[in-house]
Write a protein that binds this ligand. Structure first.
Ligand code: NAI
Length: 328
Protein backbone atom coordinates (compact mmCIF):
# COMPACT_ATOMS: atom_id res chain seq x y z
CA UNK A 1 0.00 0.00 0.00
CA UNK A 2 1.70 3.21 -1.11
CA UNK A 3 -1.07 5.74 -0.39
CA UNK A 4 0.09 7.57 2.72
CA UNK A 5 -2.14 7.44 5.80
CA UNK A 6 -2.89 10.99 6.90
CA UNK A 7 -2.33 11.44 10.62
CA UNK A 8 -3.34 14.77 12.13
CA UNK A 9 -1.76 15.74 15.46
CA UNK A 10 -2.76 18.81 17.49
CA UNK A 11 -0.50 20.50 20.00
CA UNK A 12 2.33 19.22 17.84
CA UNK A 13 4.96 21.63 19.21
CA UNK A 14 4.27 20.57 22.79
CA UNK A 15 6.09 18.12 25.03
CA UNK A 16 4.07 15.04 24.05
CA UNK A 17 4.30 16.04 20.40
CA UNK A 18 8.08 16.06 20.62
CA UNK A 19 8.04 12.35 21.36
CA UNK A 20 4.87 11.32 19.52
CA UNK A 21 5.69 12.71 16.08
CA UNK A 22 8.94 10.78 15.80
CA UNK A 23 7.25 7.54 16.81
CA UNK A 24 4.52 7.96 14.17
CA UNK A 25 7.00 9.06 11.50
CA UNK A 26 9.21 6.02 12.12
CA UNK A 27 6.30 3.63 11.53
CA UNK A 28 5.18 2.76 15.06
CA UNK A 29 1.47 3.24 14.26
CA UNK A 30 1.15 1.45 10.94
CA UNK A 31 4.33 -0.57 10.56
CA UNK A 32 7.34 -0.24 8.27
CA UNK A 33 5.46 -0.71 4.99
CA UNK A 34 2.84 2.04 5.28
CA UNK A 35 3.89 5.60 4.50
CA UNK A 36 2.40 8.29 6.73
CA UNK A 37 1.78 11.96 6.11
CA UNK A 38 1.81 14.12 9.24
CA UNK A 39 -0.63 17.04 9.40
CA UNK A 40 0.30 19.17 12.40
CA UNK A 41 -1.89 21.74 14.10
CA UNK A 42 -0.63 24.40 16.49
CA UNK A 43 -1.70 27.83 17.64
CA UNK A 44 -0.01 30.64 15.68
CA UNK A 45 2.57 31.60 18.35
CA UNK A 46 3.89 28.03 18.39
CA UNK A 47 4.28 27.60 14.62
CA UNK A 48 7.88 28.77 14.60
CA UNK A 49 8.85 26.18 17.20
CA UNK A 50 6.92 23.61 15.17
CA UNK A 51 8.99 24.49 12.10
CA UNK A 52 12.05 23.52 14.13
CA UNK A 53 10.48 20.16 15.00
CA UNK A 54 9.73 19.59 11.31
CA UNK A 55 13.41 20.31 10.50
CA UNK A 56 14.32 17.54 12.95
CA UNK A 57 11.75 15.19 11.42
CA UNK A 58 13.36 15.86 8.03
CA UNK A 59 16.77 15.14 9.51
CA UNK A 60 15.70 11.72 10.73
CA UNK A 61 15.23 10.70 7.07
CA UNK A 62 12.51 8.23 8.06
CA UNK A 63 11.66 6.01 5.05
CA UNK A 64 8.00 5.88 6.22
CA UNK A 65 7.49 9.66 6.40
CA UNK A 66 5.73 10.80 3.24
CA UNK A 67 5.42 14.50 4.03
CA UNK A 68 4.49 17.03 6.71
CA UNK A 69 1.95 19.85 6.60
CA UNK A 70 1.71 22.40 9.40
CA UNK A 71 -0.72 25.19 10.18
CA UNK A 72 -3.04 26.85 12.68
CA UNK A 73 -6.36 26.24 10.88
CA UNK A 74 -8.04 22.95 11.84
CA UNK A 75 -10.15 23.07 8.64
CA UNK A 76 -6.98 22.82 6.56
CA UNK A 77 -5.00 20.49 8.80
CA UNK A 78 -7.84 17.97 9.27
CA UNK A 79 -8.49 17.84 5.52
CA UNK A 80 -8.52 14.20 4.48
CA UNK A 81 -7.23 12.99 7.87
CA UNK A 82 -7.65 9.25 8.51
CA UNK A 83 -6.52 9.51 12.12
CA UNK A 84 -6.61 12.51 14.47
CA UNK A 85 -4.64 12.58 17.70
CA UNK A 86 -5.97 15.53 19.70
CA UNK A 87 -3.13 16.28 22.12
CA UNK A 88 -3.18 20.08 22.31
CA UNK A 89 -5.31 21.43 25.12
CA UNK A 90 -5.41 24.31 27.50
CA UNK A 91 -3.63 23.40 30.74
CA UNK A 92 -5.00 24.45 34.11
CA UNK A 93 -3.20 27.62 35.15
CA UNK A 94 -2.90 28.99 38.66
CA UNK A 95 -6.22 29.99 40.17
CA UNK A 96 -8.22 28.42 37.33
CA UNK A 97 -11.40 26.68 38.47
CA UNK A 98 -12.60 23.47 36.84
CA UNK A 99 -15.41 25.37 35.12
CA UNK A 100 -12.88 27.78 33.55
CA UNK A 101 -10.81 24.82 32.40
CA UNK A 102 -13.80 23.13 30.79
CA UNK A 103 -14.79 26.38 29.09
CA UNK A 104 -11.29 27.06 27.74
CA UNK A 105 -11.07 23.53 26.36
CA UNK A 106 -14.62 23.70 25.11
CA UNK A 107 -13.56 26.52 22.82
CA UNK A 108 -10.88 24.25 21.35
CA UNK A 109 -12.81 20.99 21.06
CA UNK A 110 -16.07 22.40 19.65
CA UNK A 111 -14.11 23.98 16.79
CA UNK A 112 -12.00 20.88 16.22
CA UNK A 113 -15.04 18.58 16.32
CA UNK A 114 -16.75 20.66 13.63
CA UNK A 115 -13.59 20.81 11.53
CA UNK A 116 -13.21 17.02 11.72
CA UNK A 117 -16.85 16.63 10.79
CA UNK A 118 -16.47 18.82 7.71
CA UNK A 119 -13.01 17.84 6.45
CA UNK A 120 -11.72 14.51 7.76
CA UNK A 121 -11.78 11.32 5.68
CA UNK A 122 -14.77 8.97 6.01
CA UNK A 123 -12.73 6.46 8.00
CA UNK A 124 -11.53 9.02 10.60
CA UNK A 125 -10.61 7.66 14.05
CA UNK A 126 -10.06 10.19 16.83
CA UNK A 127 -7.98 9.76 19.99
CA UNK A 128 -8.14 12.54 22.57
CA UNK A 129 -5.10 12.82 24.85
CA UNK A 130 -5.41 16.49 25.89
CA UNK A 131 -7.01 16.95 29.30
CA UNK A 132 -9.67 16.76 30.57
CA UNK A 133 -9.50 13.99 27.95
CA UNK A 134 -12.84 12.23 28.48
CA UNK A 135 -14.91 15.39 28.43
CA UNK A 136 -12.87 16.94 25.61
CA UNK A 137 -13.69 13.81 23.57
CA UNK A 138 -17.37 14.19 24.51
CA UNK A 139 -17.33 17.80 23.27
CA UNK A 140 -15.57 16.92 19.99
CA UNK A 141 -17.90 13.95 19.41
CA UNK A 142 -21.00 16.04 20.09
CA UNK A 143 -19.87 18.68 17.60
CA UNK A 144 -19.20 16.17 14.83
CA UNK A 145 -22.73 15.08 14.01
CA UNK A 146 -21.89 13.17 10.84
CA UNK A 147 -19.06 11.08 12.30
CA UNK A 148 -20.20 7.85 13.99
CA UNK A 149 -19.83 8.25 17.76
CA UNK A 150 -17.74 5.09 18.06
CA UNK A 151 -14.91 6.82 16.18
CA UNK A 152 -14.17 9.02 19.23
CA UNK A 153 -12.09 7.82 22.14
CA UNK A 154 -10.07 9.24 25.00
CA UNK A 155 -6.78 7.99 26.37
CA UNK A 156 -6.69 5.90 29.55
CA UNK A 157 -4.01 3.61 28.16
CA UNK A 158 -1.32 5.48 30.09
CA UNK A 159 -3.17 4.63 33.32
CA UNK A 160 -3.52 1.04 32.08
CA UNK A 161 0.22 0.83 31.36
CA UNK A 162 1.02 2.40 34.73
CA UNK A 163 -1.12 -0.27 36.40
CA UNK A 164 0.74 -3.00 34.47
CA UNK A 165 4.07 -1.55 35.63
CA UNK A 166 2.99 -1.58 39.29
CA UNK A 167 1.84 -5.19 39.07
CA UNK A 168 5.06 -6.25 37.31
CA UNK A 169 7.10 -4.73 40.13
CA UNK A 170 4.94 -6.21 42.89
CA UNK A 171 4.68 -9.73 41.45
CA UNK A 172 8.15 -9.80 39.89
CA UNK A 173 6.84 -10.88 36.50
CA UNK A 174 7.37 -9.51 32.98
CA UNK A 175 4.58 -7.43 31.47
CA UNK A 176 3.81 -10.19 28.94
CA UNK A 177 2.54 -12.38 31.82
CA UNK A 178 -0.25 -9.95 32.73
CA UNK A 179 -3.61 -9.96 31.00
CA UNK A 180 -6.97 -8.27 31.29
CA UNK A 181 -6.00 -5.19 33.25
CA UNK A 182 -8.83 -2.63 33.38
CA UNK A 183 -9.08 1.09 34.03
CA UNK A 184 -12.67 2.23 34.61
CA UNK A 185 -14.05 5.76 34.44
CA UNK A 186 -12.37 9.11 34.09
CA UNK A 187 -8.71 9.87 33.36
CA UNK A 188 -8.50 11.67 36.68
CA UNK A 189 -7.85 10.86 40.32
CA UNK A 190 -11.24 9.08 40.50
CA UNK A 191 -10.23 6.47 37.91
CA UNK A 192 -10.48 2.87 39.08
CA UNK A 193 -7.60 0.54 38.21
CA UNK A 194 -9.25 -2.89 38.61
CA UNK A 195 -7.11 -5.89 39.44
CA UNK A 196 -10.01 -8.26 40.13
CA UNK A 197 -10.32 -9.39 36.53
CA UNK A 198 -6.62 -9.32 35.71
CA UNK A 199 -4.53 -12.44 35.40
CA UNK A 200 -0.88 -13.10 36.08
CA UNK A 201 0.51 -16.12 34.25
CA UNK A 202 -3.04 -17.37 33.72
CA UNK A 203 -4.02 -17.16 37.41
CA UNK A 204 -6.21 -14.50 39.02
CA UNK A 205 -3.96 -11.53 39.86
CA UNK A 206 -5.51 -11.09 43.30
CA UNK A 207 -4.71 -14.73 44.09
CA UNK A 208 -1.07 -14.36 43.01
CA UNK A 209 -0.60 -11.08 44.87
CA UNK A 210 -3.05 -11.81 47.69
CA UNK A 211 -2.58 -8.52 49.50
CA UNK A 212 -5.77 -6.47 49.78
CA UNK A 213 -4.01 -3.73 51.77
CA UNK A 214 -1.49 -3.26 48.94
CA UNK A 215 -4.30 -3.17 46.42
CA UNK A 216 -6.30 -0.52 48.28
CA UNK A 217 -3.57 1.56 49.88
CA UNK A 218 -0.71 1.34 47.39
CA UNK A 219 -1.76 0.07 43.97
CA UNK A 220 -4.87 2.16 43.33
CA UNK A 221 -3.51 5.49 44.68
CA UNK A 222 -0.10 5.00 43.01
CA UNK A 223 -1.69 4.51 39.60
CA UNK A 224 -4.24 7.30 40.09
CA UNK A 225 -1.63 9.80 41.33
CA UNK A 226 1.26 8.78 39.08
CA UNK A 227 0.87 11.89 36.93
CA UNK A 228 1.39 14.14 39.94
CA UNK A 229 4.38 12.06 41.12
CA UNK A 230 6.05 12.51 37.73
CA UNK A 231 5.46 16.27 37.77
CA UNK A 232 7.00 16.35 41.26
CA UNK A 233 10.09 14.41 40.14
CA UNK A 234 10.62 15.73 36.61
CA UNK A 235 9.33 19.27 36.96
CA UNK A 236 6.96 18.74 34.04
CA UNK A 237 4.23 16.30 33.20
CA UNK A 238 4.68 12.86 31.69
CA UNK A 239 5.37 13.24 28.00
CA UNK A 240 7.24 10.28 26.49
CA UNK A 241 5.03 7.79 28.34
CA UNK A 242 1.89 9.70 27.31
CA UNK A 243 3.09 9.66 23.70
CA UNK A 244 3.84 5.94 23.93
CA UNK A 245 0.38 5.23 25.36
CA UNK A 246 -1.22 7.33 22.59
CA UNK A 247 0.57 5.11 20.05
CA UNK A 248 -0.43 1.88 21.87
CA UNK A 249 -4.09 2.96 22.10
CA UNK A 250 -4.42 4.04 18.48
CA UNK A 251 -2.38 1.14 17.03
CA UNK A 252 -4.34 -1.49 18.96
CA UNK A 253 -7.66 0.17 18.06
CA UNK A 254 -6.86 0.13 14.34
CA UNK A 255 -5.06 -3.19 14.25
CA UNK A 256 -6.81 -5.17 16.98
CA UNK A 257 -6.06 -6.34 20.50
CA UNK A 258 -4.21 -9.60 20.88
CA UNK A 259 -6.11 -12.82 21.42
CA UNK A 260 -7.13 -13.52 25.01
CA UNK A 261 -6.38 -10.03 26.27
CA UNK A 262 -8.26 -6.77 26.55
CA UNK A 263 -7.35 -3.08 26.74
CA UNK A 264 -8.64 0.00 28.49
CA UNK A 265 -10.11 2.73 26.31
CA UNK A 266 -12.45 5.57 27.15
CA UNK A 267 -15.36 5.27 24.71
CA UNK A 268 -19.01 6.27 24.56
CA UNK A 269 -20.96 4.35 27.18
CA UNK A 270 -23.95 2.34 26.02
CA UNK A 271 -25.02 1.98 29.65
CA UNK A 272 -22.84 -1.09 30.27
CA UNK A 273 -21.92 -1.69 33.92
CA UNK A 274 -24.29 1.08 35.03
CA UNK A 275 -22.20 3.88 33.49
CA UNK A 276 -24.72 6.46 32.22
CA UNK A 277 -25.22 6.24 28.48
CA UNK A 278 -23.39 8.82 26.41
CA UNK A 279 -20.50 9.50 28.79
CA UNK A 280 -17.00 8.89 27.46
CA UNK A 281 -15.79 6.50 30.13
CA UNK A 282 -12.98 3.98 30.31
CA UNK A 283 -13.98 0.33 29.93
CA UNK A 284 -12.33 -3.00 29.23
CA UNK A 285 -12.54 -3.34 25.45
CA UNK A 286 -11.48 -5.69 22.70
CA UNK A 287 -10.70 -4.23 19.31
CA UNK A 288 -10.53 -5.40 15.76
CA UNK A 289 -10.25 -3.60 12.43
CA UNK A 290 -10.87 -0.13 13.83
CA UNK A 291 -13.85 -1.16 15.97
CA UNK A 292 -14.07 -1.64 19.73
CA UNK A 293 -16.42 -3.64 21.85
CA UNK A 294 -16.95 -3.34 25.61
CA UNK A 295 -16.16 -6.65 27.34
CA UNK A 296 -19.47 -7.88 28.77
CA UNK A 297 -20.49 -10.09 31.66
CA UNK A 298 -17.77 -9.25 34.20
CA UNK A 299 -18.78 -9.69 37.78
CA UNK A 300 -18.57 -6.43 39.73
CA UNK A 301 -18.32 -6.78 43.50
CA UNK A 302 -19.34 -4.10 45.96
CA UNK A 303 -15.85 -2.60 46.25
CA UNK A 304 -15.54 -2.19 42.47
CA UNK A 305 -19.15 -0.97 42.19
CA UNK A 306 -18.46 1.96 44.50
CA UNK A 307 -15.32 2.96 42.62
CA UNK A 308 -16.90 2.71 39.15
CA UNK A 309 -19.94 4.69 40.31
CA UNK A 310 -17.79 7.45 41.84
CA UNK A 311 -15.81 7.99 38.65
CA UNK A 312 -18.96 7.87 36.49
CA UNK A 313 -20.55 10.47 38.80
CA UNK A 314 -17.59 12.78 38.21
CA UNK A 315 -17.94 12.34 34.44
CA UNK A 316 -21.65 13.04 34.74
CA UNK A 317 -20.88 16.30 36.56
CA UNK A 318 -18.43 17.31 33.85
CA UNK A 319 -21.07 16.56 31.24
CA UNK A 320 -23.61 18.68 33.12
CA UNK A 321 -21.10 21.55 33.27
CA UNK A 322 -20.35 21.50 29.52
CA UNK A 323 -24.06 21.12 28.74
CA UNK A 324 -24.74 24.22 30.81
CA UNK A 325 -22.01 26.06 28.91
CA UNK A 326 -23.75 25.11 25.65
CA UNK A 327 -20.70 23.16 24.42
CA UNK A 328 -22.55 19.94 23.65
P1 NAI B 1 2.30 21.15 26.25
O1 NAI B 1 1.77 22.36 26.95
O2 NAI B 1 3.78 20.90 26.21
O3 NAI B 1 1.79 21.15 24.73
C1 NAI B 1 0.49 21.45 24.38
C2 NAI B 1 0.55 22.12 23.03
O4 NAI B 1 -0.78 22.32 22.57
C3 NAI B 1 1.21 23.51 23.08
O5 NAI B 1 2.28 23.54 22.12
C4 NAI B 1 0.08 24.46 22.68
O6 NAI B 1 0.53 25.56 21.89
C5 NAI B 1 -0.82 23.53 21.86
N1 NAI B 1 -2.20 23.99 21.74
C6 NAI B 1 -2.95 24.67 22.63
N2 NAI B 1 -4.16 24.96 22.12
C7 NAI B 1 -4.18 24.45 20.86
C8 NAI B 1 -5.14 24.45 19.83
N3 NAI B 1 -6.32 25.05 19.98
N4 NAI B 1 -4.83 23.83 18.67
C9 NAI B 1 -3.63 23.25 18.51
N5 NAI B 1 -2.65 23.24 19.45
C10 NAI B 1 -2.94 23.84 20.62
O7 NAI B 1 1.53 19.92 26.88
P2 NAI B 1 1.86 18.36 26.79
O8 NAI B 1 2.74 17.99 27.91
O9 NAI B 1 2.30 18.03 25.40
O10 NAI B 1 0.42 17.74 27.09
C11 NAI B 1 -0.66 17.92 26.19
C12 NAI B 1 -1.96 17.52 26.84
O11 NAI B 1 -1.96 16.14 27.15
C13 NAI B 1 -2.26 18.23 28.16
O12 NAI B 1 -3.63 18.57 28.17
C14 NAI B 1 -1.97 17.19 29.20
O13 NAI B 1 -2.71 17.42 30.38
C15 NAI B 1 -2.45 15.96 28.47
N6 NAI B 1 -1.96 14.69 29.00
C16 NAI B 1 -2.83 13.62 28.97
C17 NAI B 1 -2.46 12.38 29.42
C18 NAI B 1 -3.43 11.25 29.37
O14 NAI B 1 -3.07 10.17 29.83
N7 NAI B 1 -4.64 11.37 28.83
C19 NAI B 1 -1.12 12.16 29.96
C20 NAI B 1 -0.26 13.32 29.91
C21 NAI B 1 -0.69 14.54 29.45
Amino acid sequence: NTTPVKVAVTGAAGQIGYSLLFRIASGDLFGPDTPVQLRLLEIAPALKALEGVVMELDDCAFPTLAGVEIGDDPNTIFDGANVALLVGARPRSKGMERGDLLEANGAIFTVQGKALNDHAADDIHVTVTGNPANTNALIAMSNAKDIPTERFSALTRLDHNRALAQVCAKAGVPVSEIRNMTIWGNHSATQYPDLFHAQIGGRPATEVINDQAWLEETFIPTVAKRGAAIIEARGSSSAASAASATIDHTRDWLQGSSEGNWLSMAVRSDGSYGVPEGLISSFPVTTSGGRWEIVQGLEIDEFSRGKIDASAAELDEERAAVTELGLI
